[in-house]
Design a protein around this ligand. Structure first.
Ligand code: HGY
Ligand code: MN
Ligand code: MN
Length: 411
């Protein structure tokens, strides 16, 4: 099979982007509107231009490259992923899809292909929610689901508002709506992503062609009790918010399994106020990430959690829950899956249909266009850690499939 993509250039771009991290030596930490984000955009814009693309940064910081089509009036095929990371994450989660899109443009350029339909490549902001919570922010803004009024209250763990962070990046919150893609604005969206699980490594298939993406909900739970002196307050009668939260958190796996043993629940963040070692915690605020193959199952798990939280209110705690993100299960487009399958078979690569347990921008962009998602293997199935890894020849095979599918979709 004649491979068009350059494994060396793919490796070069992944390694260059990986260097834009706030935690060198301890994985990738590239938060939205940070200096690392800016450096990554500057680098990627340069590589996009080298690949023959015109580039722009939209009103919320998504970087977009465009290869004009023979018929510029046609809606473009959009290819890409996110450029932000989780704290101390890996080098491939997000950048693999952005680099795949840029490498696709390089291949078009090298082959002297002018697509009939324009190609756009994109590096989206804040998919992980690592800075402002919730996640999928760039794609939710692109699809018009979030505008300035919804964004205004968002702030990071240091209390910096989204608007202030945007201003520091040269952007204006009130212009955020301008980034929304109009109805019919894209013909299709393609995303390459690392699998972040063990299946492809176990089966030896070159790529996974995703059938659907999991239903997910992200909640923030606040439990408020009563502060007090750690030394002089008797144990009986305390309303220690952290002890109450710990009880709920410890019960979550069982509560989730009782609804569906295949569902997953994770508490990744917790804050304690006021946070003194000799002060009984007045408040505990923690995240709850629930996922299942159907939104109905997620809803049942959330309802069981709310019942458990109500038992705390009965004994004098105040409880509040806020849903930061809710996305139903998202089937991928059969048309786009067909293009990816044809490309994989054209390459002679073994492929397998598979669901995605991770959320992706593709699930949001499916609201405005048919979408496809292709996975490449993850070593030991590990992701969201510095150990996240995909061999470059494995990544190159996935990129070759993306290039060929994109070429077909823009022809
Ligand atoms: O959380 C997820 O599934 C994705 O990595 N943002
Ligand atoms: Mn990702
Ligand atoms: Mn991720």
């Amino acid at each position: 099979m004649a491979q068009h993509v350059s494994e060396g250039r793919i490796r070069e771009m992944i390694e260059a982007v990986a260097a834009f991290t706030a935690t060198p030596g301890r994985g990738t930490t590239r938060l939205t509107y940070s200096a690392q984000h800016r450096a990554a955009l500057d680098y990627l814009a340069g590589r996009m231009q080298e690949a023959g693309l015109s580039t722009r940064i939209d009103s919320v910081g998504n970087l977009v490259g465009r290869l004009e089509g023979a018929d510029p009036s046609l809606a473009p095929v959009l290819v890409g992923s996110h450029i932000d990371s989780v704290p101390n994450g890996g080098a491939f989660d997000g950048p693999a899809g952005v680099v795949a899109a840029i490498e696709t443009a390089f291949c078009m350029q090298q082959l002297g292909v002018t697509p009939r339909r324009p190609l756009e490549v994109i590096a989206m902001i804040e998919e992980e929610g690592g800075r402002f919570g919730g996640g999928l922010l760039g794609s939710r803004i692109l699809t018009g689901q979030l505008g300035p009024e919804a964004l205004a209250p968002m702030c990071d763990s240091e209390g910096v508002s989204l608007g202030e962070a945007m201003a520091g990046f040269g952007l204006a919150l009130q212009e955020a709506g301008a980034a929304a893609i109009p109805e019919g604005g894209i013909h299709a969206f393609l995303e390459l992503h690392i699998e972040q699980g063990p299946v492809l490594e176990q089966t030896g298939d070159a790529v996974g062609i995703v059938t659907s993406i999991v239903a997910l909900s992200q909640l923030e739970v606040r439990i408020t009790g009563a502060a007090g002196h750690a030394g002089t307050t008797p144990m009986a009668g305390r309303r220690d918010a952290l002890v109450a939260a710990a009880g709920v958190i410890a019960e979550l796996p069982g509560l989730c399994a009782a609804v569906d043993p295949r569902a997953v629940v994770t508490v990744g963040q917790i804050d304690v106020h006021p946070g003194g070692a000799n002060v009984i915690p007045e408040a505990a605020i923690f995240s709850v990430d629930v996922r299942a193959d159907r939104v109905g199952t997620v809803d049942e798990i959330k309802s069981a959690l709310r019942t458990r939280l109500a038992s705390l209110e009965a004994v004098g705690y105040a409880v509040g829950t806020e849903e930061l993100l809710a996305v139903p299960e998202t089937p991928m487009s059969e048309e786009i899956r067909g293009a990816l399958i044809a490309a994989a078979e054209d390459c002679g690569f073994a492929w397998r249909p598979m669901p995605s347990g991770a959320g992706h921008d593709a699930m949001v962009l499916s609201k405005i266009a048919p979408v496809g998602l292709i996975f490449v293997p993850s070593r030991d199935g590990v992701s969201h850690t510095p150990e996240e890894w995909t061999d470059y020849d494995q990544l190159a095979r996935g990129v070759e499939v993306v290039f060929r599918a994109t070429r077909a979709l823009t022809a």
